[in-house]
Design a protein around this ligand. Sequence first.
Ligand code: EZ4
Ligand code: CO
Length: 402
Amino acid sequence: MKITNARLIVCSPDRNFVTLKIETDEGIYGLGDATLNGRELAVAAYLEEHVIPCLIGRDPSQIEDIWQYLYRGAYWRRGPVTMSAIAAVDVALWDIKGKALNTPVYNLLGGKSREGVLVYTHANGSNIDDAVASVEHHIGEGYLAVRAQSGVPGVASSYGVPKGGKPYEPAERGLPGESLWSTERYLNFAPKLFEAVRKSVGEDIHLLHDVHHRLTPIEAARLGKSLEPYHLFWMEDPTPAENQEAFRLIREHTVTPIATGEVFNSFWDAHDLIRHQWIDYIRMTIVHGGGITALKKAADFAAVYQVRTGFHGATDLSPVTMAAALHFGLAIHNFGIQEHMHHTALTDQVFPHHYKFEAGYMHPGDAPGLGVDIDEALAAKHPYQRAYLPIARKLDGTLTDW
Ligand code: EZ4
Ligand code: CO
């Protein structure tokens, strides 16, 4: 089999997605997601100009060799743009291999290790009562694990709180919006939120919370300690992780489990975190971390240290990545949980897929390959529109981590 063509489909069915379609001389094609929220066209240009010309004529069955060619061959290593581009190629090749062998991708990764993939979804409210109601609503839909975020009194537009009653969507069209932040108010407030949520849902529902890189290590340690009575499944991104050793201090002070890595793009971003067992869950995703090939190696390394996966799965991860993550999560032994936010009905129409949610778990389906397709005619009706994540400022105007 030979790759005869590869092309990009850049569309915006309610939000932006960059999709790579690799075609072969046997009529089989594969899809890969290349979406990097807010930097979409940088990855598209990287693929168009520097990757696609190198793919034509290659044997798509040589996934490992093509991965090494794109990683080592660039000379310049790592980085979210490069690794998202490599991921798009890698995932499309796994899709092709599954279709060529007439088997779902999870079978290529060792076969299923479980019957379904535990997922968590997002509950949000502008205050505690609304957040509790939102958690209850998602439990009513069947979720067994829910992430809870709430507006903080005195801090308008906190992270994770949607505007105007719509579901939370991280990016907004136009130039970056601005939001406010106060660590002091948040640290006093967060235990009250989880006291109310835990009281409402009982002991057995998994509760999660995203700190979104906003605290220093000692502040994160205080938060983790204060949340211990409510036994969270995890606190996410308690502090920025460029300095991996920052997590040592948090770890020494609290038994609240820690997840991090949604902004990672390389195994090396997590190497110290994993080998020192400073985290419990690694969130680096297939699309930003270099594809299934790279994530399988990272997950296998993490398994040795009893670190499990908890991949990022917000709406900026396209249905192609969601499908890939579900095949991956069904197969590997050290799977922990998968984030799941519903895409809009229009996004789902553009990307018809076989994966399903039922009673707290998702399943990738048994179609050959990834089991996800793209309706190119519908995609063409919704062209790219510039959109960005917001930035955040402290109450005195200092720019801080969003
Ligand atoms: O900020 O998806 O856990 N989920 C998150 C998301 C991320 C966005 C980034 O594109 O933290 O809200
Ligand atoms: Co997050």
